[in-house]
Design a protein around this ligand. Structure first.
Ligand code: PLP
Length: 454
């Protein structure tokens, strides 16, 4: 793309396009980067730069860019049946086949799926389903869902209410009632250099799980419907919980008979080296919202995988569930998602993340921990984070909140690597088809960006 066209697009963008999660005015002054095309793990911009996409788009392009098989699946399905809904008593083959495949891949106790268009819609569906479940069980007072501070569960009103992002809660009116938040198992920020200072990671993990039990007691166990959490918190900063955390959470939920909702929107479809993050942590969720990697982001599709306990009640006792979306189980999106899962299976993508790429990234990424700006370099599977600090021994952050992280992100982009910053935490979540050589390139580019920031 030539420069004049870039300028024209930037002007039109400024005039007419409101970007998600963006300071509209600042964008107007700076102008957007225009992404033109992509292949494999690389995106290209209108300035002629080739950039390693260390974020797989928005944690979603798991199979990488330019997969002709996915294009063909969409084209073929569009020719045959581009759209039809699944309301009432109609269905079509792509939705049925995709539902079957998802239930094969999910933990054994999950045998049904409700489709949505996105992860946010999936979490809206979760909220309605858990409340409906308890109403059908003659426990209508079990309404409250416990979530975690700094969690991200989407941008719809229910999604942002379940999420624990204070700036989101502050905009757009009151949150959905009946949602409570507890602390997050953020070892670096709140354990090692926070109120858990002096504790071991394992003790800290247990204390975070104890917060769930304390909250349940405070609310009254008969008022709590469910606990929702991401296996590894993604948008909150790639927060990998201490090993003690999930077993302790499981024990608390079992003690009080509270439903477990595991948000697999990021961790699902191979990110942690298993089909679902729940499998990595040996969790048996009652509900699993999914999206993103389900179609490798080629078309928008999400859903909720529903465990037998909830599904049997909704099916046998529920009558009509007054809920659904025009694009629930969209045939073209479903056909692409099914092909995406088949390709992942044929190519052994998930096992390669678990056995080869995850361990390799862990080793190479950890090397960045020796950089003067880095307080911690952590990863699991193909998700990782760097904690930027002004002082490594005290964990002190930079004076100006967000300054180092944003600078490092921008510098890495200039040098040819997409990373994301959450405050002063730098995140990567690359396509799962990345090679070892490309991991080397990613680590070298990240180090260069750190050097330039220092
Ligand atoms: N849940 C999690 C864990 C997410 O990371 C996201 C998006 O980043 C969502 C839900 C919302 O998904 P969507 O943006 O498709 O609505």
């Amino acid at each position: 793309m030539n420069r004049p066209l870039t300028g024209e697009l930037q002007a039109l963008d400024r005039a007419h396009h409101l970007h998600p999660f963006t300071d509209f005015k600042a964008l107007g002054e700076e102008g957007s980067r225009i992404i033109t095309h992509a292949e494999g793990v690389y995106i290209h911009d209108s300035e002629g730069r080739r950039i390693l996409d260390g974020m797989a788009g928005l944690w979603c392009v798991n199979l990488g860019y330019g997969r002709q098989e996915l294009v063909d699946a969409a084209t073929e399905q569009m020719r045959q049946l581009p759209y039809y809904n699944n309301f009432f008593k109609t269905t079509h083959e792509p939705a049925v086949r995709l539902a079957e495949k998802l239930c094969q891949l999910a933990p054994d106790s999950i045998n049904r799926v409700f489709f949505t268009g996105s992860g946010s819609e999936a979490n809206d569906t979760v909220l309605r389903m858990v409340r409906r479940y308890w109403a059908l069980k003659d426990k209508p007072h079990r309404q409250i869902v416990i979530a975690r501070e700094n969690a991200y569960h989407g941008s719809t009103v229910a999604g942002m209410s379940l999420g624990g992002m204070a700036p989101m809660h502050a905009q757009g009116g009151p949150c959905v009632p009946g949602i409570e938040h507890i602390r997050q198992p953020y070892w670096f920020g709140e354990g090692r250099f926070g109120e858990g200072r002096g504790q071991s990671p394992e003790t800290f993990g247990q204390a975070c799980a104890q917060a769930l039990e304390d909250k349940i007691r405070e609310l009254g166990e008969d008022n709590v419907a469910a606990f929702i959490a991401e296996p590894v918190q993604g948008a909150g900063g790639a927060i990998i919980p201490p090993e003690s955390y999930w077993p302790a959470i499981k024990a608390v939920l079992a003690k009080y008979d509270i439903l477990l909702v595991i948000d697999e929107v990021i961790c699902g479809f191979g990110r942690l080296g298993e089909w679902f993050g729940s499998q990595h942590y040996a969790l048996e969720p009652d509900l699993m919202p999914i999206a993103k990697g389900l179609s490798s982001g080629y078309l928008p599709i999400g859903g909720v995988l529903v465990g037998d306990r909830v599904a049997e009640t909704l099916v046998e006792e529920g009558g009509e569930f007054f809920h659904g979306f025009t694009y629930s189980g969209h045939p073209t999106c479903a056909a692409v998602a099914l092909k995406n899962l088949e390709l992942m299976e044929q190519e052994g993508v998930v096992a390669r993340v678990r056995d080869e790429l995850g361990p390799y990234l862990a080793r190479r990424w950890a090397e960045l921990g020796d950089h003067p700006l880095v307080g911690e370099a952590r990863s699991l599977g193909l998700i990782g984070a760097l904690e930027l600090v002004a002082d490594k021994s005290s964990g002190e952050r930079f004076d100006k909140a967000l300054a180092a992280g944003n600078l490092c992100r921008d510098l890495s982009f200039e040098k040819g690597l997409v990373m994301r910053s959450v405050g002063d935490t730098m995140i990567i979540s690359p396509p799962l088809v990345i090679t070892r050589e490309q991991i080397d390139e990613l680590v070298a580019l990240a180090r260069q960006a750190l050097d330039d920031t220092a």
